[in-house]
Write a protein that binds this ligand. Structure first.
Ligand SMILES: NC(=O)c1ccc[n+]([C@@H]2O[C@H](COP(=O)([O-])OP(=O)(O)OC[C@H]3O[C@@H](n4cnc5c(N)ncnc54)[C@H](O)[C@@H]3O)[C@@H](O)[C@H]2O)c1
Ligand SMILES: [Zn+2]
Length: 681
């Protein structure tokens, strides 16, 4: 038997904890636990108080709404209190709600208004003689914050009503939200400025609205949806239903949720809940449930209020999309393109309708930005079918033995070096030719038409070769024979022979195709051609450092790094040796000026303009010699021109070069330049 003393202790702890969370959530707009955890605490308190009603205190969070207003704002006293809503999480609770209402009203069936439950911030707007004069937050339900100036910046809040003759003072109630798209955009901005990210649209909306400087609010995109109006006693309109009030508000140019509806009886409530639950991911704003309201105003009045909420309405919540759990470990997943993605291994948790044990952490920077450590309690979000992600960490719950995550320096799948290129967020395995995680992609790319062009080796066949362990790297393709292939799905002797012939054919290739086939990150077909053309030799290419590579036109620092990382990886070199050993070959470089040579740094990357007649060659020949060595020939002289080559009878280009102070070469100087010794020969 539990002593009353113990119960009192338990109640006290719950109340203190909840009050603290209320302060974080309502006053600071930065909750530290997910709503689901808060709701569970709140429910425990409610249940305990139900069991021991004599222990209820007037200051218990179950007896009040929200939190007192922030002192920084002027206070505003609500003429009619702004209360909360009772919550239901199950169909049984909804059925009980409907039964209770029918009992009190002594009717068989009840008409209900159906509305989405916006996940935003409740505000009250006062229109005096048709003009917006005050706007306030809900606060603790009785006293809120005067945020009139901020609310006036919202385009969806009319500054005056359409008809002001009848109503002296109208109060419009609704929710300020940040649309999902505006939230994404705001966080994108915050991220690029290095500012703190908002955890969800509700906090972003609340934080943006409760600014002391309304100029800041004005820059944030906020939207007001109206869901109720309070009319003065002396001008009660002749509406008899809540749904008519919504129609009236719409006629006054307030935004009303498009998905509002009405129904009779409890079945319609449950159907609406289901329907909105399905719509939830595609709605432009966040909702955390639906709201049922008795539609007849007279019945509402008859039902009245209990402590902190009306008896005539119920919030039927959706399963939580955000929950907290423990982050047990961070593991690395290697994708088919070699990306190392950190994945959180979690204590199993039910969220968004499924049990989740993993969540993506995106990349190293995200982990740092969110200050996540292994052992932390984290908030997981799973919305719709989106991959679960770690939203934030609950710092207060960090255990002493929590430890930081360090990105591995090697691929956990193949042991090759893992690198993060400058300016990129993702760390990648450099063992593209060898890494089992990248196998499919690598072999498929290697065989593709623009690479080694192995006819008949499509994606499906690559899958089969890999799953039968016939091929591990591109080099294994050249070890295949007909006997090994026959017996694979849809592989008769004839097609096996054809494939072997195609593989054999591919041995005669070009250097450009081969370089492209290696699948080096950032080395597409064009870059491969440039490399083949400029360097002309594979060994030479493999030996070049990043600085030398950058001498080549169109090769920037990132591409250069990517190339050197690739060739520095011993696993790749082994595969390349095996490929060459199996007889791959290409015509050796045929350029005249630099037979086996490296690039001519005097010409590569420089811009030439030709003028006048040359004696030993045509202009076309001069142009192609320059281009073969990586230079560019353009038609007109500008500040970007490096050399003007002047032959006999030069034209105006010569004069322009003199004017701009651009070096002028004669034919002999050009020939010398074209033959000049490359740097590293
Ligand atoms: N994570 C935390 O630390 C923390 C702390 C406090 C509260 N909370 C969360 O806040 C909520 C409880 O707060 P609450 O008292 O504001 O109650 P509530 O949000 O459950 O319900 C009342 C509120 O619903 C809103 N609402 C949205 N759509 C509506 C509609 N169509 N008609 C009428 N009202 C509508 C109004 O703002 C109203 O004030 C819970 O979801 C709880 O999890 C979380
Ligand atoms: Zn790897």
């Amino acid at each position: 038997m539990v002593s009353e003393k113990t119960i009192e202790e338990r109640l006290k702890t719950l109340r203190t904890t909840i009050t603290l969370h209320n302060y974080h959530y309502y006053t600071q707009d930065t909750p530290t636990i997910p709503d689901a955890d808060y709701d569970a605490l709140f429910r425990s308190l409610q249940q305990l108080e139900q069991q021991y009603p004599h222990l209820i205190t007037p200051d218990s969070p179950t007896q009040r709404v929200g939190a007192p207003p922030l002192k920084l704002f002027a206070k505003y006293t609500h003429q009619t209190p702004m209360l909360s809503l009772n919550n239901a999480f199950t169909a049984d609770e909804v059925i009980a709600f409907d039964r209770r209402i029918r009992e009190i009203l002594a009717v068989d069936q009840v008409d209900y208004a159906l509305e989405p439950k916006f996940d935003g911030l409740a505000v009250s707007l006062i229109y005096t003689d048709g003009v917006l004069t005050k706007g306030a937050t809900r606060g603790d339900g009785y006293t809120g914050e005067d945020i009139t100036l901020n609310l006036r910046t919202l385009p969806s809040i009319p500054l005056h009503l359409q008809t002001n003759s009848v109503i002296q003072q109208l109060e419009v109630r609704g929710e300020v939200v940040m649309l999902k798209a505006d939230f994404e955009h705001l966080n994108e901005q915050q991220r690029s400025r290095g500012d703190k990210l908002f955890v969800n649209p509700r906090n972003a909306a609340a934080g943006s609205l409760r600014q002391l400087d309304s100029n800041i609010t004005a820059t944030r995109k906020l939207t007001f949806f109206a869901y109720d109006a309070v009319f003065p006693v002396q001008n009660q309109p002749d509406f008899s239903k809540h749904s008519e009030i919504l129609d009236y508000l719409q006629s006054q140019f307030f935004l009303i949720a498009q998905q509002t509806d009405t129904t009779t009886g409890v079945a319609g409530l449950l159907a609406y809940h289901q329907q909105m639950s399905a719509l939830r991911p595609s709605l432009p704003y966040e909702i955390d449930g639906v709201v049922y309201k008795v539609d007849q105003l007279a019945q509402q009045e008859q039902l009245g209020y209990i402590s902190r909420a009306p008896r005539f309405a119920l919030a039927h919540k959706f399963p939580a999309q955000e929950v907290s759990t423990e982050l047990l470990a961070i593991e690395i997943q290697v994708g088919r393109t070699g990306a190392l993605t950190p994945v959180a291994r979690l204590a199993p948790v039910f969220v968004g309708g499924v049990t989740v044990t993993n969540a993506t952490l995106h990349n190293e920077d995200e982990i740092q930005r969110k200050q996540i450590m292994i052992g932390d309690t984290v908030i997981i979000r799973r919305a719709g079918d989106v991959i679960p992600e770690v939203v934030s960490v609950i710092l207060e719950k960090r255990p002493v033995d929590a430890h930081a995550f360090i990105m591995p320096e090697h691929c956990p799948v193949c042991g090759s070096k893992a690198v993060r290129l400058p300016g990129e967020a993702v760390t990648r395995c450099t063992g593209g030719l060898y890494c089992p995680a990248q196998r499919k992609q690598a072999i498929w790319h290697f065989a593709s038409r623009r690479a080694m062009n192995i006819d008949g080796l499509g994606e499906k066949l690559v899958d089969q070769l890999i799953s039968n362990e016939l091929v591990r790297t591109p080099a294994d393709l050249y070890k295949l024979d007909t006997a090994m292939l026959v017996g694979l799905e849809r592989m008769a002797e004839k097609s096996a022979n054809n494939l072997i012939t195609a593989i054999e054919h591919s041995k005669n290739t070009t250097l450009a195709r081969f370089i492209y086939a290696l699948g080096i990150r950032h080395v597409g077909e064009t870059t491969a051609k440039t490399l083949a053309h400029q360097i002309g030799d594979l060994e030479q290419l493999m030996a070049m450092n990043a600085e030398q590579l950058q001498q080549i036109p169109d090769i920037g620092p990132v591409v250069a790094r990517s190339i050197t990382d690739f060739f520095a990886e011993a696993h790749n070199r082994t595969v390349i040796q095996q490929l060459l050993a199996s007889g791959l070959q290409w015509p050796s470089s045929n350029s005249t000026a630099h037979s086996s040579s490296a690039i001519n740094v005097a010409v590569a990357g420089r811009t030439f303009v030709l003028t006048g007649t040359l004696a030993s060659m045509t202009r076309e020949q001069a142009k192609s010699s320059i281009e073969q060595q990586g230079g560019k020939v353009t038609g007109s002289v500008s500040a970007a021109t490096n050399y003007v080559v002047a032959g006999e009878k030069p034209g105006s280009k010569h004069a322009r070069a003199v004017e701009l102070g651009i070096p002028i070469l004669d034919e002999n100087q050009l020939l010398l330049l074209l033959q000049s010794t490359p740097e590293n020969e």
